[in-house]
Design a protein around this ligand. Structure first.
Ligand SMILES: NC(=O)c1ccc[n+]([C@@H]2O[C@H](COP(=O)([O-])OP(=O)(O)OC[C@H]3O[C@@H](n4cnc5c(N)ncnc54)[C@H](O)[C@@H]3O)[C@@H](O)[C@H]2O)c1
Length: 370
């Protein structure tokens, strides 16, 4: 790989793996997959969608073949609706028809939808086969491809059916972002801002200083943001693989974010955009209960706003948002844990915030006062 290649190790005992980040890394897929999957793996099935496969499929396939793999390709539908048990069934059927074996591997080539679906198929087929993630959206590169959460959606809710199954390797090529629609790039950047706010002030500052370079798709800048985000996610996931404690901080901005997505039937917001609104709301709640200085709280909202205008929320009703929040997966014994910032770079988990405070902050969000 080029001298600028970066490697982040996710240390999870026998489930440990490396994330390789480099401009041009797609060409190294074969070598990386060979090192990660071992000599015994003869065949790999690439799971992708027509759009991503059209851009990068041949390149990945060629690299895998050069490393001695026989390749099969299975294309699934595009979009969140394709992340379903029906799509998983079709992928299982494809693998069965091709007599896929326990020692074969799966390559997930695409955004978070492909990654979650292919990871779920890898987790369940023959009680689990190895897989490699090749994320091609910024969101997938800094979030969904790392950490081993795999899932499909159920008609009654998102991500309700899934498994923890860590990939054997993650291959990230920032150059794939050149074909990504601009709105998707921005949606991923909200999650990068999230990592800065929950963990690393230097990353938050770097993002604000380098936004021009981000949107000019400067390779070095993107690689830095991706690497630092992956390091933070790896550190959190290593400490708490199955989300019994620390991993919850990754849900900063997500309680209100999920509620906004749910009440708009997942049609209005990209996930990251909803999280952007959620982070602003959380900063206001933290300010109202006095755990963050107003200037820091404002800095968080400004770093969200600096990415551009978020989809409108002023037509949404706060009772609906509050009801959706009460249905959040994270509610335990009737208490809703909120991830709240205490500064740019630090958060706490609180489940004792008075409903009146939450209501007031949501109302401010919906009336565009924050
Ligand atoms: N497993 C986890 O830990 C985790 C974390 C966060 C989000 N997620 C999941 O991730 C999913 C969202 O992922 P996403 O935001 O990547 O959306 P996505 O996978 O739907 O991708 C967005 C769009 O971009 C296209 N695309 C992807 N890469 C491209 C490229 N390089 N060039 C051109 N087009 C490209 C896709 O085909 C799609 O149309 C959700 O289902 C969410 O639940 C999972």
């Amino acid at each position: 790989m080029s001298s600028q290649s970066q490697r982040v190790h996710v240390a999870l005992d026998e489930r440990s793996y490396d994330i390789s980040i480099a401009d041009g890394a797609l060409k190294q897929t074969g070598d990386i997959a060979r090192a990660a999957l071992g000599k015994k793996t003869r065949r790999v099935a690439i799971i992708s969608n027509p759009r991503v496969y059209g851009h990068y499929g041949k390149l990945v396939e060629k690299s895998l073949k050069q490393a001695g793999f026989a390749t099969l390709t299975h294309l699934m539908g595009d979009g969140e609706r394709a992340k379903s048990i029906r799509t998983a069934e079709r992928a299982w059927a494809f693998l069965i028809a091709n007599r896929f074996e326990r020692s074969d591997g799966i390559i997930a080539l695409g955004g978070g939808v492909v990654g979650d679906l292919a990871g779920f198929v890898a987790a369940t087929f023959l009680r689990g086969v190895n897989y490699v993630q090749i994320p091609t959206t910024l969101l997938a590169q800094i979030d969904s491809s790392v950490g081993g959460k795999t899932a499909v959606n159920h008609p009654l809710g998102k991500n309700l059916i899934g498994a923890f199954h860590q990939p054997r390797a993650v291959v990230i090529d920032p150059q794939t972002l050149h074909t990504l629609p601009r709105r998707e790039l921005r949606a991923g950047m909200y999650e990068a801002v999230k990592y800065g706010v929950i963990w690393d002030r230097a990353l938050a500052d770097f993002i604000q200083t380098n936004l021009g370079k981000v949107f000019a798709l400067d390779g070095e800048t993107l690689t830095h943001i991706i690497r630092r985000s992956c390091e933070i996610k790896a550190e959190v996931v290593t400490t708490d693989e199955r989300e019994s404690g620390l991993r919850r901080i990754l849900n900063f901005g997500h309680t209100v974010g999920h509620a906004l997505e749910a009440v708009t039937a997942y049609r209005r917001f990209k996930h990251g955009e909803a999280v952007g609104h959620g982070m602003k709301c959380a900063s206001v709640i933290a300010e109202k209960i006095g755990i963050i200085p107003p200037a820091e709280s404002l800095a968080i909202r400004q770093s969200v706003d600096a990415l551009g205008a978020l989809p409108n929320v002023t037509d949404l009703q706060s009772p609906e948002i509050l009801a959706a929040m009460a249905h959040d997966k994270k509610v335990a014994q009737g208490k809703l844990p909120l991830i709240l910032p205490t500064a740019v770079g630090a958060v706490v988990v609180r489940d004792d915030v008075a409903p009146t405070v939450i209501r007031a902050a949501v109302r401010e969000l919906l009336t565009a006062r924050i």
